[in-house]
Design a protein around this ligand. Structure first.
Ligand SMILES: [Zn+2]
Length: 488
């Protein structure tokens, strides 16, 4: 049985954006917000969660924070900044992190010193190499969007939002198709860095791990502004939060929790000097309370993980003790949080503290690469090892099986589900998932046996009962798979 992660579809949009919208750039309305006498924040669009660029005027030149991800638009925005600040001595561009919607316009500032965390160049290169997949996604999505838009009547409240989505996605698609690698940061740092700008001082802090590998926070002490990029938001100004939608440590994203917590702590020591926290996209807000809550949450999880690993605690116990709803009821419904995000963060922390790797991922990689049984058995043996190199969770192995199913690699899915049955012979869901996949291959007899075994372990299993019913009626053929999710 697939454990569903509910993702709410967006039907209606509303705007609470500040700023004015008299001009347009590439058909998208331009917004300009004055954050301080020498600081402007600008963005385009009213609905889609686009990046907001900020420009800070200093006695040593203009510092720009983030680009919007499209050189054509960023070139226009550069002109708007010069007009608004009444000068054009651009000196620095700082990327809050490496995601394309913050860096793809970097070339517009190729004459400046581009600053970012040391992991950002690698992150940008990786995205550039993976652009083919993103291009394919847009090629599938754009005609669908056009069709959906045609169906929307002129008075429909969702029409303007959809039109903007289409314009924005078309621009993104064109940027990817242009095949131009954005300008990479030339000045990078690992932990912290200061930029002396004469009448202003910018402090840069690594804050990565809960959004991308190389996020940073930028503190402008002169103007009392703390730029937090896409790492967090506690208010969404519309129902398409985009990049700000999750606060989570993901597998494959590098973390350094002690450094992250240290830097957050240093920033909180500057609390009195922070007048406003500024998020990386226009449609999110972050209060000091929201910031403090998120810091406290990560600190609690990190402390609990360390305590658990120092004692006799198991990962399963830790997950139960730090359950989102019971342990953090005040945050459970707050932007960025979900039981899945909480789970993923704890698992990543466990891996970091113990030095163990995820057994599920290792099995997935081995099976995907067509590895022989010897390599697979060596990993399986770690389940009962005294000092294991890998840790296992039934639901993780199960999820890896469904990744294979999604990619239509049924043989590989069956192989990993079989391993899960061996790892967790008392888990009713392991048999259920194996049965479901075997049924897809048409082996009704085997699927029936496995469903029966699953029902022995959990007589209440709805999916097992339904499947047996379908098999009995001969209506066991499975419906088409849902379309894959958009690229990250
Ligand atoms: Zn981002």
């Amino acid at each position: 049985m697939r454990k569903k992660m509910v993702c709410f579809a967006v039907l209606f949009f509303f705007i609470c954006a500040t700023g004015t919208a008299a001009e347009e750039i590439a058909g998208l309305s331009l917004h300009i917000e004055k954050l301080a006498p020498k600081v402007v924040r600008i963005w385009v669009g009213d609905y889609v969660s686009s990046t907001a660029t900020t420009a800070i005027g200093t006695s040593r030149g203009i510092v720009v924070i983030d680009t919007l991800g499209c050189p054509k638009i960023d070139a226009e925005l550069r002109r708007v900044i010069a007009r608004e600040l009444d000068r054009d001595d651009f000196r620095y561009l700082i990327n809050t992190h490496g995601h394309g919607d913050h860096t793809q316009g970097n070339s517009v500032y190729a004459d400046c010193i581009i600053v970012a965390h040391e992991l950002v160049p690698g992150n940008m290169k990786e995205s550039f190499e993976g652009r083919k997949e993103a291009i394919q996604w847009y090629e599938q999505r754009l005609p669908e969007l056009r069709k959906e838009l045609e169906k929307k009547k002129s008075g429909d409240p969702g029409r303007a939002a959809m039109k903007e989505r289409l314009a924005s996605d078309t621009i993104q698609y064109e940027v990817l198709k242009s095949d131009v690698m954005p300008a990479l940061p030339g000045l990078t740092f690992s932990d912290r860095m200061g930029l002396d700008l004469g009448d202003a001082m910018l402090e840069l802090y690594y804050t990565g791990g809960m959004h991308s590998p190389g996020d940073i926070a930028i503190f402008d002490s002169r103007d009392g502004l703390l730029f937090t990029g896409d790492t967090m938001a506690d208010v969404w100004l519309n129902e398409t939060p985009g990049c700000l939608a999750s606060f989570v440590a993901r597998h494959g994203v590098r973390h350094d929790f002690p450094l992250l917590l240290k830097n957050w702590e240093l920033l909180l020591e500057r609390k009195q000097g922070i007048k406003r926290l500024v998020t990386g996209h226009w449609n999110g807000e972050l209060s000091m309370k929201g910031f403090e809550e998120r810091v406290a949450y990560v600190k609690t999880l990190w402390d609990e993980t360390n305590r658990s690993c120092a004692g006799e605690g198991t990962l399963r116990d830790l997950l139960a003790a730090c359950d989102m709803k019971s342990r953090f009821p005040g945050l459970a419904d707050s932007p960025g949080f979900s039981p899945y995000n909480n789970y993923s963060t704890i698992v990543e922390m466990w891996a970091e503290v113990t030095g163990q790797q995820q057994g599920a991922m290792k099995l997935y990689e081995l099976i995907d690469a067509g590895a022989g049984s010897e390599a697979i058995e060596a990993v399986m043996a770690e389940k009962d090892a005294a000092k294991p190199k890998y840790f296992f969770l039934e639901e993780q192995v199960n999820a890896c099986g469904y990744r294979f199913v999604q990619d239509n690699k049924l043989d590989k899915a069956i192989a990993i589900f079989r391993l899960n049955v061996r790892l967790y012979p008392q888990g009713w869901n392991t048999y259920d998932s194996l049965a479901e996949t075997i049924l897809k291959t048409g082996d009704v007899k085997m699927a029936k046996e496995l469903y029966e075994k699953s029902l022995q372990l959990n007589p209440e299993s709805r999916s097992g009962k339904d499947a047996l019913e379908r098999i009995k009626k001969g209506k066991w053929k499975v419906k088409k798979q849902p379309p894959p999710p958009p690229p990250a």
